[in-house]
Ligand binder design. Structure first.
Ligand SMILES: Nc1ncnc2c1ncn2[C@@H]1O[C@H](COP(=O)(O)OP(=O)(O)O)[C@@H](O)[C@H]1O
Ligand SMILES: [Mg+2]
Length: 347
């Protein structure tokens, strides 16, 4: 008889179903029952319990949440609540941190990890960044802090671009304005997959011709890439600092300063898709093994968590109506509208 029970919420597109099947089989081999499809978007909570598809969530020994495409504000809200009751992977605090590019970069900087130079200011006080912009010869990358897939990221070429953008920025629900120094690079990157503090795999992405964004969703393509130990160590450190148990660390090489720079840390890095496996990315089984080891170890050594009162509620932003070109630029202001979009953020 199984002694432990784990809940899973896994993306089903791009080979996710097969990955889920393998995870379930591996955990079953270890005498761990698995309940799949636990989508917290459909859950309710009352009387101190969270109910999802007939499952009392806090009765689970652990919950593994891995579905970037169907994330939503309500699901995040309950994920946060659940994480104060049972172990979750990723742990909510780290996951929520890495959903925000500024907060992640800020933390990495304070730990001397090379990451993009940046400045954030109140969106109603943009004058404050102008000096910085001059220092960067008027050039910068403007990003929504919670974006994905390269969406909403634009390059400012001069101070005038900032002035043109101003009315649209103030219309945004986001309270902040965030820009980064343009890192001179060869338009390729490294994605380092890490599970449980262990290096899993590395591959790269190359931006489409004429583009500077390496995201697959922005036209980029996957490439095989051997990492140096330096790149691996940098990724391991970055993942460790964020606290993510499962992480995908994106790194680019800064040609000007001749150093590797962590661009972002993803909390739901996709497994290789069937196409990518055909192409030669063969890390899925290793990643599944490391993940199952981690789940197994966590539940067997589980000490009951103290009850944590939930400190912060997730701010729910409403999408705003804007002219379509501007909408394109800012369509990564997703907090209120992400649920239905297939979020290819790991790519
Ligand atoms: N500061 C920067 N300098 C140069 N290129 C950048 C910079 N920031 C982002 N990029 C390019 O844009 C892509 C998307 O940026 P990223 O911060 O990873 O956002 P997303 O979450 O949308 O993937 C990166 O993969 C990289 O190619
Ligand atoms: Mg990215």
């Amino acid at each position: 008889m199984a002694t432990h029970r784990v809940g899973l919420w896994m993306y089903q597109n791009s080979g996710g179903t097969e990955i889920e099947r393998k995870i379930v089989a591996k955990l079953n081999e270890r005498n761990i029952d698995v309940i799949t499809g636990l989508d917290l978007n459909d859950a309710t909570a009352h009387n101190g319990s969270i109910f999802c598809k007939g499952q009392v969530m806090e009765d689970l020994d652990l919950f593994f949440s891995y579905n970037a495409g169907q994330q939503g504000p309500f699901q995040m809200y309950l994920y946060q609540t659940l994480s104060s009751m049972i172990p979750t992977i990723n742990n909510y605090a780290a996951f929520e941190l890495t959903e925000d590019k500024f907060r992640t970069a800020h933390l990495l900087k304070t730990h001397q990890i090379p990451t993009a130079d940046h400045i954030v200011c109140n969106k109603n006080n943009i004058e404050q960044v102008k000096e910085h912009l001059r220092f960067w010869q008027g050039k910068a990358i403007c990003k929504p802090v919670n974006g994905w897939g390269g969406n909403g990221i634009i390059k400012l070429e001069s101070e005038r671009d900032l002035d043109l953008l101003l009315p649209y920025i103030t219309m945004q629900n986001a309270p902040q304005f965030y820009i980064e120094r343009v890192i001179e690079n060869d338009y390729t990157d490294y994605r380092i997959d890490i599970v449980d503090g262990k290096y899993v795999a590395c591959y790269g992405r190359k931006a489409a011709k004429g583009s500077w964004k390496t995201n697959i969703t922005s036209g980029g393509c996957v490439m095989k890439r051997e990492p140096t130990q330096e790149v691996i160590d940098l990724a391991l450190k970055a993942a460790n600092i964020t606290g993510l148990e499962v992480a995908g660390v994106d790194i680019i090489y800064d040609i000007e300063h001749q150093e590797y720079v962590v661009l972002e840390v993803n909390g739901i890095p996709a497994f290789a898709t069937p196409d990518q496996e055909q192409f030669g990315l063969d890390f899925n089984n290793t990643k599944i093994d490391y993940l199952c080891d981690l789940i197994d170890r966590t539940i067997r050594h589980r000490v009951d968590l103290p009850t944590v009162s939930s400190e912060i509620g997730l701010e729910i932003e409403k999408p705003i109506t804007m002219p379509s070109a501007v909408n394109d630029i800012f369509n990564a202001d997703l907090t209120g509208s992400a649920a239905a979009i297939i979020k290819d953020k790991a790519l």
